[in-house]
Design a protein around this ligand. Structure first.
Ligand code: FO1
Length: 315
């Protein structure tokens, strides 16, 4: 069975770690968000691609959900001592990934080629595709209630997410470069050929939306609507990780499984929700989606595998 997964970072990575336990990894293609990427210290950093790679390799830092396990921070400490920009923490081992990617880009390799090289070196058997090889970057316009002189300012995604601990209210999002981007070769084919397309439990607004914003991707997903299964990243009105609930509220979308259903109904026939939201089945169905209730909170790979099995059954 071929499975194609639209993926952001932590939530998608945990789901994929379950999926590789219940289906042949070589039949899985993950199409991964790149709009969180940035260049810092001259290095090209791809947080979502790295989070997925490290998680599937069993090498992720379990405390943070990003970066590598057993990391040391000598380079960051030295950078701090020099007065450099140490707000975005790059561990010593993680730095090697960014050095490798940056050098290969300079040699003319595409992000997809480099992602594949890294995936093989980390021992992965599934296919990871950055949604595009082109630069797409999330830009965040801060709301009128933002502190100090930040109100109304547009900032880069990681400046908001990490630099401001995603505390400042958001008025709008924009995916710079998306209109001119092309899907990575293989992306639309993977969507067309999959038996099941899964929208991972990632942030719908800043992880899934920038994947869909690459021309051709939204249409390719919509085309497969009957076989598209989305997993709600909202459980009991709260995001399991990250700021999805607050971001949805800021942008006028109800942070509930009903709100998720109204976002995804044009793309997916089925929404998987957690038993904590059983009372909201009717609002999912009212949005025009089939609703499947099964535990979606992934404490570890066994829970993720159970969720993956259920998702494959309803595609
Ligand atoms: N997240 C943080 O909250 N603080 C950090 O210092 C940080 C560093 C970092 C380095 C490499 C990497 O791949 C991810 C990193 N993240 C960090 C996570 C990242 O900002 C987020 O996971 C996202 O981009 C949102 O999905």
């Amino acid at each position: 069975m071929n499975v194609c997964v639209l993926a952001g970072g932590v939530g998608a990575a945990r789901f994929l770690a379950g999926l590789i336990r219940v289906t042949d990894p070589s039949s899985i293609t993950a199409i991964v968000n790149v709009a969180d990427d940035m260049v810092l210290h001259g290095l090209h950093i791809s947080p979502d691609l790295d989070t997925v790679t490290y998680t599937l390799a069993g090498a992720i830092n379990p405390e943070t959900g990003w970066g590598l396990a057993g990391e040391s921070w000598v380079a960051m400490q030295e950078l701090e001592r020099l007065g450099g920009a140490a707000w975005f923490r790059l561990g010593d081992k993680d730095l090697a990934t960014h050095l490798y990617r940056t050098q290969r880009l300079a040699e003319g390799a595409t992000l997809a080629e480099i992602t594949d090289e890294l995936a093989r070196r980390f021992g992965l058997d599934c296919q990871l595709l950055p949604v595009t090889n082109d630069a797409v970057r999330t830009r965040v316009t801060l709301g009128p209630e933002a502190s100090g002189d930040l109100a109304g300012r547009e900032v880069a995604f990681q400046d908001w997410f990490v630099g401001m601990s995603h505390d400042e209210p958001v008025a709008a999002l924009r995916f710079e470069g998306a209109e001119l981007a092309s899907p990575t070769p293989g992306v639309t084919e993977a969507l067309a050929e999959a038996d099941v397309v899964v929208i991972a439990p990632s942030n719908p607004l800043v992880s899934i939306e920038p994947v869909l914003a690459v021309p051709g991707v939204r249409a390719a997903v919509r085309e497969r609507r009957e076989n598209v299964v989305a997993i709600s990243p909202i459980v009991g009105g709260r995001a399991l990780k990250g700021p999805a609930d607050r971001l949805m509220a800021d942008l006028g979308i109800e942070p509930s499984v009903g709100g998720v259903a109204r976002l995804y109904a044009p793309l997916a026939a089925t929404l998987v929700i957690d038993p904590a939201d059983t009372d909201h089945v009717a609002s999912v169905e009212a949005a025009g989606m089939r609703c499947v209730v099964t535990p979606t909170v992934m404490a570890g790979p066994p829970e993720a595998a159970a969720l993956a099995r259920e998702v494959l059954n309803c595609g």
